[in-house]
Design a binder for this molecule. Structure first.
Ligand SMILES: [Zn+2]
Length: 535
């Protein structure tokens, strides 16, 4: 197939196909000499093309969105063939489809090809071309000394696993699609859908397809039947669900690509803003935020930053097939604000908890603040046996109410992540924050959320998350605030607030051992010169 498309692009091919079929001897001689020329030409191409056309590994390769894979997938090849064979201003014909459906490495004449009864001249030319190439290929095989290519081809072929001869088809999931709608597009039947659906829980992702996902069908085809041998669904850039036919159904496995972590170190100085300096140093927005988050307990990045403040960061980046795929973790960082230097080192204890610590092993984190609203008064205290003011039934009051005018900012009491933002029955507009798993805080009756609040978002202690209101069951504008530990309500006013835990003493030796090289690395990092100093 490869030579097919190469030929159809070459000037030789144009010359060749312009020949009308003839029975004259002169034409036969001409034909033979052309075949020889093409044979040599193709030999060169085959030799020059070092990429094996199709191997099992490649068929499992995943292309990241927006990332050009260096590997050639069979489907890509089919696509290229399709593009190259598409005749100007003519829809795809049976002839072309036959060619496209042929296995990617087919180099053997296929008898049935001649039965294609499309009589349009351009397509006939195409067919003649294919036939000629096949004849030439067989001849070349017979005359091994002339052509080196058969050897190369044989090697390629023998390296291929049976699945490489599958015809791969890609179908992109559209809105409202399901397997019953998609399978016919690959020439499969309701029976095939049924067989796949019998494969157990592991095929769940196939039953919950999302628009834009790509299904790759590895089909084996005979004249009158199409068999689904393999089915691939990319679950993430790293994971692919693979269904393979067995003697009695299908088995599934999840293929995981290996992510390769690389360490990177940068240094920067603040000229106008933290973000500008961070980006200039080669950090992503996410990493800059992470750095601000690590030092956010000590430095108010909104108010305290000064020109000439500087930072050094050692972090990891994840790579897939040599291409950066995601940011990794910050391993160590240093921030100098107005002459005071703060250092933080990440440490993961044997239980898997990762935190940032000072070089001495103190936590970078601070405790919760006691009050979520400034300029407010407590209007209702924590009372497990209270009569509800609206429902007039005995309803425990498992929080503290802070009365304040509608629109007063509500502040996150601790550094955390948004676990819930939305309307929650009697609570009205509510935000729930989780703080490191064990602790959650709840803020209810808001008039509105802070713009852009969404699930999973990180918030810093003292950050505005919403505004006082009286949504839900409320007699007047106030904040209802709850503090839970492992899901159990506690009185926010009396609960022993968690102290930022220092490193457990038993891990100190290991921490020191791990942190020292990182701290030394930070020390050695040199700061870039400031632009305003250079002038
Ligand atoms: Zn309340």
């Amino acid at each position: 197939m490869k030579r097919n498309r190469l030929l159809s692009n070459s000037p030789h091919a144009r010359l060749f196909t312009s020949e009308k079929p003839s029975h004259s001897k002169r034409h036969h001689i001409l034909l033979l000499s052309f075949l020889t020329v093409i044979g040599i030409f193709l030999t060169t191409i085959v030799l020059a093309t070092s990429t094996p056309v199709s191997t099992d590994t490649q068929s499992q390769s995943i292309q990241l969105p927006g990332q050009s894979s260096q590997q050639i997938k069979p489907s890509n090849i089919s696509q290229q063939i399709k593009e190259n064979q598409a005749l100007p201003e003519k829809p795809a014909t049976a002839a072309e489809n036959t060619a496209i459906n042929a296995p990617a490495v087919d180099r053997v004449p296929v008898p049935n090809r001649q039965e294609v009864s499309v009589a349009e001249p351009a397509q006939l030319e195409q067919l003649h071309l294919q036939e000629a190439q096949r004849e030439e290929a067989t001849e070349a095989l017979d005359e091994t000394p002339v052509a080196v290519s058969p050897t190369a081809e044989t090697e390629v072929s023998s390296a291929e696993e049976p699945s490489a001869s599958l015809n791969w088809q890609e179908v992109t999931v559209e809105s409202g699609d399901n397997l019953s709608l998609i399978f016919p597009k690959a020439g499969l039947t309701a029976r095939d859908v049924y067989n796949v659906a019998q494969s157990g829980d592991s095929i769940k992702p196939l039953l919950n397809l999302k628009p834009g996902q790509i299904l790759r069908f590895g089909l084996s085809q005979t004249d009158d039947s199409t068999t689904l041998e393999k089915l691939e669904l990319q679950l993430s850039p790293i994971e692919t669900l693979l269904l393979s036919k067995t003697d009695d159904g299908y088995e599934t496995e999840t293929l995981t690509r290996e992510v390769d972590s690389r360490q990177k170190q940068v240094a920067g100085q603040i000229e106008s803003s933290l973000f500008e300096a961070g980006l200039k140093a080669g950090m992503s927005n996410k990493l800059i935020m992470e750095m601000a988050h690590i030092f956010g307990w000590d430095i108010d990045f909104a108010l305290d930053l000064r020109q000439g403040d500087h930072f050094k960061v050692i972090f990891e980046e994840s790579y897939l097939d040599g291409q950066k795929f995601d940011d990794g973790d910050i391993l160590a960082a240093e921030f100098t604000n107005r002459g005071t230097t703060f250092r933080a080192v990440r440490y993961t204890d044997p239980e898997g908890n990762s935190h940032f610590y000072t070089p001495e092993g103190h936590s970078m984190r601070k405790t919760f603040t006691r009050t979520p609203v400034h300029f407010s008064r407590i209007s209702s205290r924590y009372n497990p046996n209270r009569l509800h003011p609206v429902l007039k039934t005995s309803r425990p009051h498992r929080g503290v109410d802070y009365a304040a005018p509608t629109g007063t900012p509500i502040l996150a009491t601790g550094d955390g992540k948004v676990e819930f933002v939305g309307t929650k029955g009697g609570y009205g507009r509510t935000v729930v924050l989780s703080h490191g798993g064990k602790y959650t805080t709840l803020y209810a009756h808001m008039s509105r959320f802070k713009k852009g609040m969404r699930n999973g978002q990180r918030v810093k202690q003292g950050e505005t998350i919403g505004y006082i209101g009286s949504s839900g069951l409320a007699t007047g504008p106030h904040l209802h605030y709850e503090f839970r530990i492992n899901g159990v309500h506690h009185n926010p006013l009396t609960v022993a607030l968690p102290k930022a835990e220092p490193l457990n003493a038993k891990y100190m030796a290991e921490f020191k051992q791990q942190s020292q090289p990182l701290l030394a690395q930070l020390e050695e990092l040199t700061l870039p010169a400031l632009a305003f100093n250079q002038q």
